[in-house]
Write a protein that binds this ligand. Structure first.
Ligand code: DHE
Length: 520
């Protein structure tokens, strides 16, 4: 009797359970019921991040399903394994990778409505700490979306603050090094006051964004967006919107902005466009008449278009090229840039003054030119770049634009770093079985002088130097990771600071002086 009740119950439960998983899952309905409260009814984010292909594209294969099933450590994202069947999770993940049927406008009004200021913030008259404010180093900890503020002399953590979800690209400092602006892939820009050790506020400048740049005078912040296809220009003072510039090629093609860079000597922003064969230059000099050759030539050729009512501030110049380029390296005088043509393995040099391609060099295996650095070797300025898909570094003469040498590494790398006061540059291996390796390379002989493997099996990547170049900080890019501080001359470990998946590190002085050893 008992056995038959048990059997009937089991069959009944089985039927109910089987009914639940076999019914055709409606992922949109599941989303509304289970996800919308945190991620927004429109999938554009709320307390949780946006769930759209532009953001999720980086979660390849079964990764998204894993997060839905098991949740995400150190975030509010719970595990849904007990709530949703495996089939529902698969279908939900597939549906989340489909584009939005309707992308809402994200213009001046919408951006302005997201502006938020931290009520607990008050302006300090002087730094609230004793450390050298120009030797502060910020560590982005992607494990739990925080930034640690390090004293660059003692390596003490002065503050640790929460950032928006999924920070990407280098934070940008005001020219005096006091404020820093940090951007997330969901388009949030956060302003933080280093002197006060306090967040100032946030604004959502795009729905899916790439990176930010600050103008040479420190007044304007440009946000490169994929969604919508715009460049948002903000006031650094109060994060108000100065302009939202639609990005449309000469032939009418709308384009995503791959990245925006500051060109200090030119007092302009340079934009890499993803979908149209053009580079844009946007003037940030308010004194109307753009001062350098490029703008003058362009005006003669009728290529300047005044986006603002006055021709100066935010005037835009189009430089036409043969195919879209991204991931720019700039020479120190910002006359030339190198860009990568993604599908052809070509590296292209563009002279920004005359506005044309002047050289080409073979750069197979996805060069990561944005991580390129330069230094003087035998009296000539050379640059080096890693390759995301080849176990090598390329060293290029920036006068002849000839490849001088390739350096074989233990695997493809992401970042390079050096310092004026260091005889070495450091190159990580980010992919493959040797991702736990960091090469230290002599800038003159181009020989690998030491290969560090501080935590066998753990990814080590990205280096930043202290202001004087005496120490190099390396990320152990794991959830229970660390920043390891090395003596930059002896290459011996000095100390190790526990961190949550630390990624990029940024020294105020090196960044505001545009050190040749750091990507700009
Ligand atoms: Fe980045 C900088 C583009 C993937 C971590 N990355 C940049 C910059 C660009 C760029 C254009 C320079 C902007 C700046 O600093 O203002 N990154 C891209 C890509 O196109 C790529 C390959 C694909 C993508 O998904 O966007 C890519 N980047 C990554 C990652 O997967 C990394 C390793 C982890 C992450 O956080 O997303 C990553 N990118 C970084 C970091 C910097 C960066 C840490 C700043 C480096 C610096 O020292 O300034």
């Amino acid at each position: 009797m008992t056995r038959s009740i048990a059997l009937t119950s089991a069959l009944l439960l089985g039927t109910i359970f089987w009914g639940a998983v076999s019914a055709k899952a409606d992922p949109a309905q599941i989303y509304t019921t289970e996800c919308a409260a945190c991620h927004g009814a429109d999938r554009l984010g709320g307390t949780g991040p946006a769930l759209i292909p532009e953001t999720l594209g980086r979660m390849r294969g079964p990764n998204l399903e894993k997060v839905i099933t098991h949740g995400r450590v150190a975030t509010q994202m719970p595990a849904f394994a007990a709530v949703l069947g495996a089939q529902d999770i698969t279908e939900l993940a597939t549906w989340l990778h489909t584009p939005l049927a309707h992308v809402p406008g994200w213009g001046t009004e919408e951006i302005a409505q997201t502006r938020w200021f931290d009520p607990d913030y008050s302006v300090a008259d002087a730094p609230v700490f004793d450390a050298d404010p120009l030797n502060i180093t910020l560590v982005v900890e992607t494990g739990d979306h925080h930034v640690s503020v390090l004293d660059g002399d003692t390596f003490a953590v002065l503050d640790r603050f929460e950032t928006p979800f999924a920070v990407h690209g280098g934070p940008k400092f005001s020219p005096d090094g006091r404020y820093v602006f940090i951007m997330s892939r969901d388009g949030w820009v956060q302003k933080y006051d280093i002197w006060s050790l306090h967040q100032v506020g946030r604004v959502r400048a795009g729905l899916n964004s790439r990176n930010i740049a600050i103008s040479a005078d420190g007044k304007h912040l440009a946000v490169a967006n994929y969604l919508p296809m715009t460049l948002s220009l903000l006031s650094t003072e109060d994060l108000s919107v100065e302009r939202v510039m639609p990005v449309v090629g000469k032939d009418g093609t709308k384009s995503r902005v791959s990245a925006v860079y500051q060109a200090p000597q030119r007092q302009s922003f340079i934009l890499a466009l993803k979908d149209t064969p053009e580079i844009w230059e946007v003037a940030t000099n308010p004194d109307a008449d753009p001062v350098y050759e490029g703008f003058v030539h362009s005006r003669e050729k009728g290529m300047i278009e005044a986006i603002a009512s006055s021709e100066g501030l935010f005037a835009r110049r189009r430089i036409e090229i043969t195919e879209p380029l991204d991931d720019f390296f700039f020479t120190d005088d910002y006359r030339h840039l190198m860009g990568a043509a993604r599908n052809t393995g070509r590296g292209v040099v563009v002279n920004l003054n005359v506005g044309r391609e002047i050289a080409e060099l073979p750069l197979p295996g996805m060069p990561h030119l944005g991580s390129g650095i330069s230094w003087l070797r035998d009296g000539r300025r050379v640059m080096a770049t890693p390759h995301l898909k080849e176990a090598m570094l390329s060293v290029i003469d920036t006068e002849t634009w000839k490849l001088i040498q390739t350096i074989k590494t233990d695997g493809p790398g992401f970042f390079l770093r050096s310092h004026e006061n260091s005889p070495y540059f450091w190159a990580d291996v980010f992919f493959g079985p040797n991702k736990d390796v960091m090469h230290v390379i002599d800038k003159q002989s181009l020989e690998i002088v030491k290969t560090l493997r501080p935590v066998p099996g753990a990814t080590v990547a990205h280096v930043e130097f202290t202001r004087d170049g005496s120490h190099a900080l390396v990320s152990v890019w794991e959830d229970d990771g660390a920043v390891i501080v090395y003596d930059a001359r002896t290459l011996e470990e000095v100390t190790r600071l526990a961190m949550r998946k630390p990624s990029g590190k940024y020294n105020v002085f090196n960044k505001i002086t545009f050190s040749e050893g750091t990507s700009h």
